[in-house]
Design a protein around this ligand. Structure first.
Ligand SMILES: [Zn+2]
Length: 107
């Protein structure tokens, strides 16, 4: 279930909770809340569910440590976030072309 963030609408008094924004776990199919559960002020749902990232550029993804593979052909994927020793194309039947995760996982 995605977590949604709500915030009091600008012209409402609100309380501490809805002023700083609060998060609610909801099903995608559930209607958005319209009122703060604490004070009843009008709230609006912020556009993107928290934790569902907005699209990032390939270089941002790379800096964040993600690996992004783009399908180029049947069984062939381009590793658009490749680093140093990684091969540009990953082919399904060639294990040495797989992204090198061991170099990225350090923590
Ligand atoms: Zn409130």
């Amino acid at each position: 279930m995605p977590m949604y963030e709500y915030q009091v609408v600008p012209d409402e008094q609100g309380c501490e909770t809805c002023h700083s924004g609060f998060q609610v776990l909801q099903r995608m199919s559930e209607d958005a809340l319209t009122q703060c559960p604490e004070c009843g002020a009008k709230v609006r749902r912020l556009l993107f569910p928290v934790g569902v990232a907005t699209p990032k550029t390939d270089s941002e993804l790379k800096n964040l440590g993600f690996t992004k593979l783009v399908k180029r052909d049947s069984g062939v994927y381009e590793n658009v976030t490749r680093t140093g020793g990684e091969s540009r194309y990953m082919e399904a039947d060639k294990p040495h072309t797989m992204p090198d995760f061991s170099k990225k996982i350090r923590d």
